[in-house]
Design a protein around this ligand. Structure first.
Ligand code: SF4
Length: 188
């Protein structure tokens, strides 16, 4: 892993158990994708080689709620689909986090109709809201890193494992770098 190379021979390292647990937890946030519409395509792009979610220990998309830590709601949620989403959320074990990705998941977006849920946070707790229609992968990564930063600073999980939702929002003014990034390979 590289750590042993940095340590002198017969050296040792001390740290706090809480830090190790938080480091392990934030480095292996397995996502549970609930992608129902176009935002799901951006979610897929985030997992692609250009954005590389594997950098965050998140390349293992979990399609079993019991082995997932981070529910990503990407796209509008129909009223009929909400019981399914709620069941998925309840089946995930604590500690768990939720990202509401895109205007539709957070507010219903342009679909102001009786058939579409006007914000999934009316039915499940949401930790991070990622604005946009659709949000770029960089914005989703920003939301993921916000959760990671929170886990880094978190104490030991409370007994019973329950916690309150964070209620964070990625700033709508976030301006990602233009893509594709100019190549400089072979110059100079
Ligand atoms: S927020 Fe925009 S891109 Fe995302 S699901 Fe709604 S309409 Fe599609």
């Amino acid at each position: 892993m590289g750590i042993e190379a940095a340590l002198p021979v017969d050296g040792f390292m001390t740290t706090q158990l809480q830090r190790v647990i938080n480091w392990a937890r934030r480095s292996s946030l397995w996502p549970m994708p609930f992608a129902t519409a176009c935002c799901g395509i951006e979610l897929m792009a985030t997992a692609s080689s250009r954005y590389d979610m594997a950098r965050f220990g998140m390349e293992r998309m979990s399609f079993t709620p019991r082995q997932a830590d981070l529910l990503i709601v990407a796209g509008r949620v129909a009223i009929k689909a909400m019981p399914v989403l709620q069941r998925i959320y309840l089946q995930m074990s604590e500690p768990k986090w939720v990202i509401s990705m895109g205007a539709c998941a957070s507010t219903g977006g342009v679909f102001d109709t009786y058939a579409v849920v006007q914000g999934c946070d009316q039915f499940i707790p949401v930790d991070v809201y990622v604005p946009g229609c659709p949000p770029r992968p960089e914005q989703l990564l920003e939301g993921i890193m916000a959760i990671q930063r929170h886990i880094d600073q978190e104490g030991m999980p409370p007994i019973g494992g329950k916690r309150v939702p964070l209620g964070l929002s990625v700033a709508p003014s976030l301006s990602p770098r233009p893509q594709p990034v100019p190549l400089t390979v072979g110059l100079n």
